[in-house]
Design a protein around this ligand. Structure first.
Ligand code: V47
Length: 357
């Protein structure tokens, strides 16, 4: 009886536009029906974004899959010399951008390899700026920024400044995984700590570089770990307002070392999206990254708080293909438009800063 009363109080908080606490979030997550979660998340989504669903014409490029880290959830990394390992030169990356066609954003994230040092990325971003001046250059996760700082002996704030001067314009949300130190140690022991991830994003925000945030869910973490992670993002966003979008990333189990037998069911994905939209009241956009969820499931998340379908993603992305992604190929603008419209929402092409194109 007490629990029901709690649940009702929390629902009223959300309906009246009040922020919920982490304790509220846990109760909501564990006790509310999926229908109720959808209803509450939809309310917040509508308040923040109306009926608009955003997308962008973009491509993702991974310069190398050779990585010194051995994150247990990663199906993409190789060691130097392994079958399937690769490294792209600046010219090859420029060629890939050219062949991606009519895009407005390039997203560049890859493995940690000593040859891909600060000089390499300075050359890369400068070359992209020179050849494709109107293309938005988004790239390098906090983990890569930390690695470049280690390789060069320069503090990460300086790395960010040098990269921004060379043409980097925003930072994606990867590398956040789950901040809880015990779980993090088990799934990605070599990676930067959660606090370092937050510090790097805070520095980027202080320089005017917008960033995204992610959470890798559905492996060995608990519901409380997820909510603690969301709380850390919400607290930072209160101070900086530098996050554009949050992207819940569902753990996919093929070809990696975590050794789990099951992925979480779709209902859990929908619950996770809804909880994120309700709790993270200060991050404007909730992104459904369709290559990882599959297009049909990504469309379902639009009824659970999501308002951004990422993009056309002109080339397949290596990070998800081996892990079990469903969306291996890019889609056309017309196809995305039709899918979003069929959900009764208004498709809007955006630029990288969520201005209408
Ligand atoms: O940090 C790796 C995740 C992330 C698996 O900012 C996996 O717009 C599930 O962050 N199962 C990188 N997830 C991708 C990323 C991203 C993607 C799209 C858009 C944006 C953005 C950022 O991919 C990693 C990790 O959390 N990941 N392996 C896997 N087996």
């Amino acid at each position: 009886m007490e629990k029901c009363k709690n649940l009702q109080t929390i629902e009223e908080k959300v309906q009246n536009g009040h922020r919920i606490t982490p304790q509220d979030a846990l109760i909501l997550y564990q006790k509310a029906s999926l229908g109720k979660m959808a209803q509450l998340a939809d309310l917040i989504r509508e308040r923040i974004n109306g009926d608009t669903v955003y997308y962008i014409r973009n491509t993702h490029i991974e310069p190398t899959n050779i990585c010194r880290n051995k994150c247990k959830f990663c199906s993409y990394r190789r060691s130097d010399g392994d079958v399937g390992s690769y490294r792209l030169s600046v010219d090859q990356i420029l060629e890939k951008i050219k062949s991606a066609g009519n895009i407005t954003e390039v997203h560049i994230v890859g493995g940690l390899h000593p040859d891909y040092n600060l000089d390499f990325y300075v050359s890369l971003f400068s070359a992209i700026r020179e050849k494709f001046p109107s293309l938005h250059r988004k790239g390098l996760t906090a983990e890569e920024i930390k690695y470049l700082s280690q390789l060069s002996g320069k503090p990460f704030i300086e790395i960010l400044k040098v990269l921004a001067d060379s043409g980097l314009q925003s930072i994606p949300g990867g590398g956040a995984e789950i901040f809880d130190p015990t779980i993090r140690q088990q799934i990605c022991p070599e990676k930067l700590t959660g606090q370092e991830w937050l510090d790097i994003h805070e520095s980027a925000h202080s320089m005017g570089l917008p960033t995204n945030a992610t959470l890798l869910y559905g492996h060995i973490e608990t519901s409380k770990n997820r909510i603690d992670h969301l709380e850390a993002i919400r607290n930072l966003q209160d101070r900086t307002h530098g996050f554009n979008a949050f992207i819940p990333l569902k753990y996919r189990l093929s070809e990696n070392q975590l050794g789990l037998q099951h992925e979480v069911p779709l209902t859990e994905d929908l619950r996770m999206f809804a909880l994120t939209r309700i709790f993270l009241d200060n991050v404007p956009h909730l992104k459904a990254y369709w290559p990882m969820l599959g297009m049909q499931n990504a469309l379902l998340t639009l009824s659970f708080g999501a308002d951004d379908m990422d993009g056309t993603i002109a080339q397949s992305t290596g990070i998800y293909s081996p892990a079990g992604n469903i969306g291996k190929k890019g889609v056309t603008v017309e196809h995305l438009h039709n899918l979003i419209s069929t959900e009764g929402r208004i498709p809007v092409e955006r630029d990288s800063l969520y201005n209408r194109w």
